[in-house]
Design a binder for this molecule. Structure first.
Ligand SMILES: *Cc1c(COP(=O)(O)O)cnc(C)c1O
Length: 374
């Protein structure tokens, strides 16, 4: 039996062909393919202005700069995310103000956000973990009431929707990642949806050394910009992925349904929220019943690997990493995120997977849990 990874990108021959064309064209960095990709992304996002970047991390950092967030400011976010989410807050000199998660959705607990707002709070940065959207009605109601910006870290929710509206087609700043493991990939890449088309010139400056090129051929530099433009090679991959997005999402939902049908919760693990309309099922994550197991999560993952199945951890609660301990966070600060972060595992889920693969995973989990029950 071949190894089943927890995720794998699906790239078709037409995409490989279009990448080859870019490579032969003589123009491989940012150019016509990027503009075409941005236009296609804009169409996906209800006509809003979108700019492509070399990573999701870069889009988040630029969004923070566009929102004028820096030293002395606080940004409310979740401790249960990829560390990029809070890293960028530190990068611009602001403080990540973590708020515990709702153990059901595993997303930021919006009922706890208002208690975390201080005079320094400038923005909320929610994360749609595993592609399950944070309640946008409640999120924007809180933001509006307290005059806060929202920077949606929608790295995992491209293709998901809130009440039928695609994530990215409404709201304030929305950031996507096109990392190899995300639902739509460019290898590495990202995109930022802007709340206002007038921000596009500054966004482009922050993306590339702050440079403004004038019609007379001269250039000027008035802001400190980074270097996070997307290559045309990567944009061609993204353009090849976009037409498949709906099918990718449908297959992910079908596989998630199959997990619900085949998993056996009497073994003690906790299933995710069964949302088959809004979530894009970026990941299928269960919480291990560690108290009923004689082995650790690491040993569980190793035993699944012996059965040729890849299982991931997304994520340990990040406030316990040293860079956040150094700014005062401690064990016990966010008990829900800590408990979920200790127990969570991501099962294989990607569009090229089959229903038989799902049964194989479920059989292996049952076997490992039964042989290590205590
Ligand atoms: C992937 C991811 C990012 C960062 O995206 P990159 O493209 O890897 O820089 C940020 N936040 C979350 C929640 C992610 O999953």
């Amino acid at each position: 039996m071949s190894f089943l990874p927890f995720t794998r990108p699906t790239i078709d021959e037409a995409t490989i062909q279009s990448v080859a064309e870019v490579l032969r064209s003589g123009w491989i960095t940012t150019g016509p393919k990027c503009r075409e990709f941005e236009a296609a992304l804009s169409q996906h996002c209800g006509g809003r202005t979108v700019r492509a970047f070399s990573s999701g991390t870069a889009t988040l950092e630029v969004a923070l700069r566009l929102a004028d967030i820096g030293p002395g400011d606080e940004v409310i976010t979740t401790p249960l995310s990829w560390v990029a989410t809070a890293n960028v807050i530190l990068t611009v000199g602001a403080r990540p103000a973590f708020v515990d998660i709702d153990p059901l959705t595993r997303n930021i607990d919006l009922s706890k956000v208002e208690a975390a707002i201080t005079p320094r709070t400038k923005a909320i940065m929610p994360v749609d973990l595993a592609g399950l959207p944070v309640d946008r009605d409640r999120l924007y109601a809180i933001a509006q009431q307290h005059g806060l910006r929202v920077i949606e870290d929608a790295a995992q929710s491209f293709g998901a929707n809130w009440k039928g509206k695609p994530i990215g087609s409404f709201g304030d700043f929305v950031s996507f990642s096109f990392h190899a493991n995300k639902n739509l990939t460019t290898g590495e890449g990202g995109a930022l949806v802007l709340p206002d088309a007038n921000l596009a010139p500054l966004t482009e400056q922050l993306r590339l050394q702050g440079v403004v090129r004038h019609p007379d051929g001269e250039m000027s530099v008035d802001v400190v910009g980074g270097k996070s433009n997307l290559t045309d090679i990567a944009a061609a991959i993204g353009l090849g992925q976009l037409p498949h997005l709906a099918a990718f999402t449908a297959q992910r939902r079908a596989l998630a349904r199959a997990y619900f049908d085949s998993l056996d919760p009497t073994l003690g693990y906790t299933l995710p929220v069964a949302d088959f309309t809004q979530s894009n099922w970026h990941m299928f994550q269960i919480l291990l019943p560690l108290e009923r197991m004689s082995i650790s999560r690491g040993e569980f993952i190793a035993r699944m690997k012996e059965r040729e199945i890849g299982v991931g951890v997304h994520y340990p609660a990040m406030h316990l990493f040293n860079i956040f301990r150094q700014i005062g966070y401690r064990e016990g600060d966010f008990p829900q995120a800590e408990a979920v972060g200790r127990r969570i595992v991501s099962l294989p889920l990607f569009p090229a997977m089959t229903l038989q693969d799902v049964s194989r995973v479920c059989t292996a989990i049952s076997a490992v849990l039964k042989e290590t029950q205590r």
